[in-house]
Design a protein around this ligand. Structure first.
Ligand SMILES: CC(=O)[C@@H](O)[C@H](O)COP(=O)(O)O
Ligand SMILES: NCC(=O)COP(=O)(O)O
Length: 247
């Protein structure tokens, strides 16, 4: 079964554009759960541009589905994760000036620090995931650092499709396939996400090693047009069709 984690960050983006309490990402999480999301993902950025500390506290209080807290590898974020002990913590690279998460973590170049950062989170009971590209060096380093999961960054695959660079997109897909297979062989659970849409989710969902997709920006955009529940149902249909278990 391929799980769908719904990322609610950009409900908070709309809320924060006006400084009102609405739309509430926690209410969006509740709607997503009812619509069949297997989990909720929220990225608490250091600059708090969308999800806030209070959102994380309320998600922890009210959510039945597992929460996947995305965060940078900083002492501040580690303390927040240790206080809340979410089901999963996904460590992502973060740059203040970026529009969205660019590339994956450099685990190989920072192996000791990453292992030290992961250990207390794991001891606190959170499943630790590292958001990385498909470079074999990074996957091997993630396994050595003690991660339970790797989430493969699908952003480049998605962007190459938008730009019509189809040969390069195919090469990127081959890299993701090889990465998924290596990660599973090393005993890591494999997730994928970033930039996924109804149109491009198929080849990623079809990879047998991938057990979870985290999808946000596109789904929240679709929710404006057709409602969050129907948008999630359509994404689930696309995922199931690609996985070969369409009803
Ligand atoms: C880590 C990741 O891929 C997503 O959580 C994404 O970062 C959503 O947040 P932004 O759109 O602010 O990058
Ligand atoms: N980790 C990826 C994620 O949570 C959602 O990314 P996006 O669909 O908002 O690009």
């Amino acid at each position: 079964m391929l799980r769908l984690g719904v990322n609610i960050d950009h409900v908070a983006t709309v809320r924060n554009a006006r400084g009102t309490p609405w739309p509430d990402p926690v209410e969006a999480a509740r709607v997503a759960e009812v619509a069949g999301a297997d989990g909720i993902t929220a990225h608490l950025r250091e600059d708090r541009r969308h999800i806030s500390d209070d959102d994380i506290a309320r998600l922890m209080e009210t959510l039945s589905a597992p929460l996947n807290l995305e965060m940078a590898a900083t002492p501040e974020m580690q303390a927040i994760a240790l206080r809340h002990r979410p089901h999963a913590v996904c460590i992502v690279p973060e740059k203040r000036e970026e529009r969205t998460t660019e590339g994956g973590l450099d685990v190989a170049g920072d192996a000791g620090r990453m292992a030290d950062f992961i250990a207390p989170l794991r001891e606190a009971g959170s499943r630790v995931s590292l958001f990385i590209g498909h470079d074999p060096r990074q996957i091997e380093a993630a396994a050595k650092a003690g991660a339970a999961v790797v989430e493969l960054h699908t952003g480049a695959w998605c962007d190459l499709g938008i730009e019509g660079r189809l040969a390069e997109q195919q090469a990127e897909l081959e890299g993701l396939r090889a990465g998924a297979s290596l990660a599973a062989a090393l005993g890591l659970e494999v997730h994928a996400g970033h930039g996924l849409t109804y149109q491009n989710v198929g080849p990623i969902a079809a990879m047998p090693e991938v057990l979870e997709l985290n999808i946000g920006h596109f789904l929240i955009g679709e929710a404006i047009l057709r409602g969050l529940g129907p948008a999630i149902a359509e994404m689930r249909r696309c995922m199931d069709a690609a996985r070969g278990n369409a009803g």
